[in-house]
Ligand binder design. Structure first.
Ligand code: SF4
Ligand code: SF4
Length: 197
C-alpha cells in the first residue's frame, strides 16, 4: 500500500472513531441501544447499496479475516444477487445513480435482497461495516431531512441532537476522491470484487 493510501485509510479510521463516539453519545443520552436485540431487518434489503472506496478498503480487511468457507458463502450470495439483477436488466452503473433504490424494489424481501455479509442474522464484518450501517437506528441529519429507522426513537426523534451523517459522508467521499476513486460500487458487485482480489 502506498504512503498516500496508508495516510488516507488512517484518516478514515479516525473518522470512523469519531462516528462511533457520536453514536455512543446518542446511545448514552437515550439510555441504551434503541434496537430490539433480535432485529437485523435493516440488513435485509441492502444488497444494492452503493459503497465508497475507503469503506470498501476497510471492508476488505474484515472479509480477508474471515474463514475461507464463510468467504465462499458470502461470494456465492453476492453472485446469486447479481444473477437475479442482471436477469432483470439492471447494471451496476444504473444502481449507483439512484443509490440502488429501483433495483432493491425488485428483490426486496427475497434472500438475494439481503446484504451478502449477513450470516445467520449477524454482520460478519461488524468492525469494518460501512458508515450507514454504523449510524442507522439513530436520528441522522441526511442533508435534507431528519431520518431514522421506523422502529426506533418513535415520537422522540427531535429530542436529541442527531448524528451529522451528511457531513460524515462528505468527508468519506473526499477521502475516496483523494485516492482517485469518486465512483461507488453496489454492495453485491463490490463484495465479489473484493473477494476475488
Ligand atoms: S455490512 Fe453488516 S451491518 Fe451493514 S448491511 Fe451488511 S450485514 Fe448489515
Ligand atoms: S436500525 Fe431498525 S431495522 Fe435495523 S436493527 Fe435497529 S430497529 Fe432493526
Amino acid at each position: 500500500m502506498s504512503s498516500l493510501s496508508q495516510q488516507v485509510m488512517q484518516t478514515y479510521r479516525e473518522l470512523v472513531d469519531e462516528i462511533n463516539q457520536d453514536v455512543a453519545r446518542l446511545r448514552k443520552e437515550y439510555g441504551g441501544v434503541p434496537c430490539p436485540s433480535d432485529c437485523f431487518k435493516c440488513c435485509l434489503n441492502t444488497s444494492t447499496i452503493p459503497i465508497s472506496e475507503v469503506e470498501a478498503r476497510d471492508l476488505k480487511v474484515g472479509l480477508d479475516a474471515l474463514p475461507l468457507s464463510i468467504r465462499h458463502h458470502i461470494r456465492q450470495k453476492a453472485q446469486n444477487t447479481i444473477k437475479v439483477l442482471e436477469a432483470e436488466g439492471f447494471s451496476p452503473d444504473e444502481m449507483v445513480k439512484d443509490s440502488g433504490m429501483e433495483a432493491i424494489q425488485v428483490i426486496k424481501g427475497k434472500s438475494y435482497g439481503e446484504c451478502p455479509m449477513l450470516i445467520g442474522g449477524v454482520c460478519s464484518v461488524y468492525e469494518h461495516r460501512p458508515v450507514i450501517c454504523r449510524v442507522w437506528g439513530y436520528p441522522i441529519n441526511n442533508g435534507s431531512e431528519l431520518a431514522c429507522c421506523k422502529k426506533t426513537f418513535i415520537g422522540q426523534r427531535r429530542n436529541y441532537k442527531p448524528i451529522e451523517y451528511a457531513e460524515y459522508w462528505r468527508r468519506c467521499r473526499k477521502l475516496s476522491e483523494s485516492l482517485g476513486a469518486d465512483k461507488k460500487t453496489p454492495n453485491c458487485y463490490l463484495v465479489v470484487k473484493l473477494l476475488e482480489e
